[in-house]
Write a protein that binds this ligand. Structure first.
Ligand code: NAD
Length: 489
C-alpha cells in the first residue's frame, strides 16, 4: 500500500536520500485522521557517523566562501520556499495537523523569512572589530564553530529547521538537523530545497530519530554545538550531555507565560491577543500566554466576550481553509492535555467553556475543544505547569505590584505580555517581568528581525535577528605587535 506522504528515504545526507532499515521504525501519523502517512527509520549509529562525516568534510570549503556568496544561496532557497508555499504548507499540515489557514501564512513563510534575513545579513553580521592599542593593534574575527546539531520540537517543524539552519549556515557552519519523531517530514523538504538552491552537499543533513538518537549526535567528538527546541526536562538532559564535552549550547525551551490585562485595556484586542496566545496551533506554542491575569474590574465582561468568541471558533478538517482549530499533534499529547483539564476541575477552577473532546467531529483525529478556566489560583497545577494545549487559565488581580510579583513567581521565563492604554505603565511592567521576549498590546508576534529566546528555566541563547549569529560563531582575537619585543631578560 502506498502511503500518502512517504518520502524517498528516511534521511537526507550529502545531498541525497539515504536509508538504513536497521533503524527503529518511526510512523508518521496524520493527526486529523490517525492514518499512517509515512514509515521511516530512526538513524542507526552508522547513519549518524555518515551524516557527521559528510558535514565535517564539506564545512571548511563553505567557511572559506564570502558571506555574501553563502547568503546568495540562502536567499535563493527562500525564493523556492515561497514558490512552493502551498505544497510545503500542505506537508506541514499533514506532519502536524495544524490548519492550512495557519501553515500557509506562518510556517514555510517564516522559514523563508529566516533564509532571506540571514542571507542578506551575512555580509554585515559577521564583521569583527579593530582595536587600537597605541602603535600595536588587535582585531577580532567571527569564525564558525564547525559542525552544529539542531534538534527540533513538533509544533513548528519547518520553521525550526530553518531558524536553526539559516544562521548556522550563513555563519559558515554545517548543520545536522534531527526533527521530532512526531513530525519527521518537513525538514527533509528543506534539505532538498537547499541543495536545489545551490548549497554544496553535506552542509545541511537531516537524520531521523528520537531521544536515543540525540545523545549519539551530541556526544560525537566532531560536533561543536547543539541547539535544542524542546521541553525543560529535555533541555536539562541535553545540556548535561553537551557539558560532558563542553559543547556550545542554545536552549529554546518551554514556558508558562503571563499575559496581563489591565482595566484600561482595549478589551477586544486583549481578548484577541489572549486567544491567539492560547489557541493558535491548537495551543502548541512555547511562548503562549497561558496565565491570563485579568483585572477584577473587567473580569466579568472579559469572560463573557471571551466565551462567545471561543465558542464561535471553527474546529475541523485542517485541510479546509475555513478551519481555525485542528487536532493536537498526537494521541499522547491530547491525553496529557485532557488529564490537565481534569486536574483543573478537581482543584476547583471554574470551567467557562470547552473541557473535552468535540462530539461533532467524525473519525479518529486527536481533536480537543479550546478550553477556558476562570477563578484559577496561583497554586493550581494548571497555573504552574506547561500544558502545551488549548487551555487558557484566567486569574484575577487587583493591582500592578501584586500582579508583577505573581507573574514572576514561576521557574519559567520565556515570554510575557501586557495590555493597557497607559504606555508608561506598560513599559514599567515589562521592565519588571522576568522573560526573554515581551509584548505590549499584542501577543506572540515573532518576526525574524527580533531576537527570540528565554530566561530562567526557559533556556538561553537567542534565535533570529543578528543576535543568532553570535550563537553560531565565536570570536578569534589577533594581537599585532608593530615594534620590537621589549623582553626584560
Ligand atoms: P521534547 O522535549 O519532548 O522533544 C524535543 C526534541 O528533543 C525531540 O526532537 C526529541 O526527540 C528530542 N529529545 C528528547 N529527549 C532527548 C534527549 N535526552 N537527548 C537528545 N534529544 C532528545 O519536546 P516536544 O514535545 O517535541 O516539544 C514541546 C516542547 O518544546 C514544549 O515544552 C515547548 O514549550 C517547547 N518549545 C519551545 C520553543 C522555543 O522556541 N522556546 C519552541 C517550540 C517548542
Amino acid at each position: 500500500m502506498t502511503l500518502k506522504a512517504q518520502p524517498k528515504a528516511s534521511h537526507f545526507i550529502d545531498g541525497e536520500y539515504v536509508e538504513d532499515t536497521d533503524g527503529t521504525v518511526i510512523e508518521s501519523i496524520y493527526p486529523a485522521t490517525g492514518e499512517v502517512i509515512a514509515r521511516l527509520h530512526a538513524a542507526t549509529p552508522a547513519i549518524v557517523d555518515k551524516a557527521i562525516a559528510s558535514a565535517k568534510q564539506a564545512q571548511p570549503e563553505w567557511a572559506a566562501m564570502s558571506p555574501t556568496a553563502r547568503g546568495r544561496i540562502l536567499r535563493r532557497a527562500a525564493e523556492i520556499m515561497r514558490e512552493r508555499n502551498r505544497e510545503l504548507s500542505e506537508l506541514e499540515t499533514l506532519d502536524t495537523g495544524k490548519p492550512i489557514q495557519e501553515t500557509i501564512v506562518a510556517d514555510p513563510t517564516s522559514g523563508a523569512d529566516s533564509f532571506e534575513f540571514f542571507g542578506g545579513a551575512a555580509a554585515a553580521g559577521l564583521n569583527g572589530s579593530y582595536i587600537p592599542l597605541g602603535g600595536d593593534f588587535a582585531y577580532t574575527k567571527r569564525v564558525p564553530l564547525g559542525v552544529c546539531v539542531g534538534i527540533g520540537a513538533w509544533n513548528y517543524p519547518q520553521q525550526i529547521a530553518c531558524w536553526k539552519g539559516a544562521p548556522a549556515l550563513v555563519a559558515g557552519n554545517a548543520m545536522i538537523f534531527k526533527p521530532s519523531e512526531n513530525t519527521p517530514l518537513g525538514a527533509l523538504k528543506i534539505a532538498e530545497i537547499l541543495i536545489e538552491a545551490g548549497l554544496p552537499k553535506g552542509l545541511y543533513n537531516v537524520i531521523q530519530g528520537d531521544r536515543e538518537t540525540g545523545p549519539l549526535l551530541i556526544n560525537h567528538p566532531d560536533v561543536a554545538k547543539v541547539s535544542l527546541t524542546g521541553s525543560v526536562p529535555t533541555g536539562r538532559k541535553v545540556a548535561a550531555t553537551a557539558a560532558g564535552s563542553l559543547k556550545h549550547v542554545t536552549m529554546e525551551l518551554g514556558g508558562k507565560s503571563p499575559l496581563i490585562v489591565f482595566d484600561d485595556a482595549d478589551l477586544d484586542s486583549a481578548i484577541g491577543g489572549a486567544m491567539l496566545g492560547n489557541f493558535y496551533s491548537t495551543g502548541q506554542v512555547c511562548s503562549n500566554g497561558t496565565r491570563v491575569f485579568v483585572n477584577k474590574k473587567i473580569k466579568t465582561e472579559f469572560l463573557k466576550r471571551l466565551k462567545m468568541r471561543t465558542e464561535a471558533m471553527l474546529i475541523g478538517d485542517p485541510m479546509d481553509e475555513t478551519t481555525q482549530i485542528g487536532p493536537m499533534v498526537s494521541w499522547a499529547q491530547r491525553e496529557k492535555v485532557l488529564s490537565y483539564i481534569e486536574k483543573g476541575k478537581a482543584e476547583g477552577a471554574r470551567l467557562v467553556t470547552g473541557g473535552g473532546i468535540p462530539n461533532n467531529i467524525a473519525g479518529e483525529g486527536y481533536y480537543i475543544q479550546p478550553t477556558v478556566f476562570a477563578d484559577v489560583t496561583d497554586d493550581m497545577t494548571i497555573a504552574r505547569e506547561e500544558i502545551f494545549g488549548p487551555v487558557m487559565c484566567v486569574l484575577d488581580f487587583d493591582n500592578e505590584v501584586e500582579v508583577v510579583a505573581r507573574a514572576n513567581a514561576t521557574e519559567f521565563g520565556l515570554s510575557g505580555g501586557v495590555f493597557t492604554a497607559d504606555l508608561t505603565r506598560a513599559h514599567r511592567v515589562v521592565d519588571q517581568l522576568e522573560a526573554g521576549t515581551l509584548w505590549i498590546n499584542t501577543y506572540n508576534l515573532c518576526p525574524v528581525e527580533i531576537p527570540f529566546g528565554g530566561s530562567k528555566q526557559s533556556g538561553f541563547g537567542r534565535e533570529n535577528s543578528l543576535a543568532a549569529l553570535e550563537h553560531y560563531s565565536e570570536l578569534k582575537t589577533v594581537y599585532v605587535g608593530m615594534g620590537p619585543v621589549q623582553a626584560p631578560y
